[in-house]
Design a protein around this ligand. Structure first.
Ligand SMILES: Nc1ncnc2c1ncn2[C@@H]1O[C@H](COP(=O)(O)OP(=O)(O)OP(=O)(O)O)[C@@H](O)[C@H]1O
Ligand SMILES: [Mg+2]
Length: 222
């Protein structure tokens, strides 16, 4: 995502995955400190959604008058925003994009138009998020979707598995041992016991999950 952000090319990124997997959190952390419009779609009428979106855009533009514009639809909203945007990279996130489609089946075609006419030659990074896997796959990613061939990146978020922890613990223990060399002599016994406690804690955790022996063997070889 960071690489895509730095590229300065127009980007259409699709991120999806089951409920509570961490999609919103991932994006919230990614956009922190960057020029970004974050919009969470819901089941309110389109008019209300456009009004809220316009308000969010006016915040990133730093111009209150943008929120007072008369805007009749999604295409016009993006068109106006790009007219007002001073240039440079900007991220626009639509979280729960399938909610818009549920309400209006023409939304993928509308966003195809927005992409082709407005965003394709801009520095906008448009991120579409969704928890409805079937809707994201059929209405956004599939060959049948009007948005087909536009996306420049897609991620299906998966839950963290046990084998992912290996890399994490390796890094964790490396940092502990690096820290140890910088600890002054009188604190070393305390630091050492903390380190041993962490190791015992990890061992207990792994034993509890029945994976200790193979994991510790690998860990000891780091
Ligand atoms: N990397 C993380 N570290 C710690 N907590 C996390 C992390 N990612 C997500 N969480 C927590 O997990 C919960 C679910 O995350 P989040 O709301 O981002 O998921 P989601 O996929 O957007 O869910 P939904 O489909 O309901 O919108 C939240 O309480 C969030 O704070
Ligand atoms: Mg979410």
């Amino acid at each position: 995502m960071e690489e895509k952000f730095r590229s300065k090319d127009p980007e259409l990124i699709v991120i999806y995955g089951r409920r509570r997997i961490g999609k919103t959190e991932l994006i919230a952390r990614f956009v922190r400190g960057k020029p970004a419009v974050y919009f969470l779609a819901d089941r309110r009428p389109e008019r209300d959604l456009l009004e809220e979106f316009r308000g969010k855009m006016s915040q990133v533009l730093g111009d209150e008058s943008f929120s007072k514009l008369e805007i009749s639809g999604w295409l016009e909203l993006f068109k106006e925003f790009l007219k007002w945007w001073k240039g440079g990279r900007v991220i626009i996130v639509i979280d729960e994009f399938p909610m818009l489609i549920e309400d209006d089946k023409a939304i993928p075609s509308v966003f195809q138009k927005i992409w082709d006419l407005e965003l394709e030659n801009s520095q906008v990074m448009l991120i579409l998020l969704g928890s409805s896997i079937s809707m994201m796959e059929t209405e956004v990613l599939s060959y049948r979707s009007p948005l087909y061939g536009r996306r420049t990146g897609q991620w299906k978020l998966q839950p963290l598995r046990f084998h992912h922890l290996r890399g994490f613990f390796k890094e964790y223990l490396r940092r502990i041992s690096l820290g140890f060399t910088g600890v002054s002599a009188e604190f070393r016994p305390i630091f050492l016991s903390l380190t041993q406690m962490s190791r015992s804690g990890i061992t207990w955790l792994l034993e509890y999950s029945g994976k200790a022996s193979s994991f510790m063997a690998r860990l000891n070889s780091c």
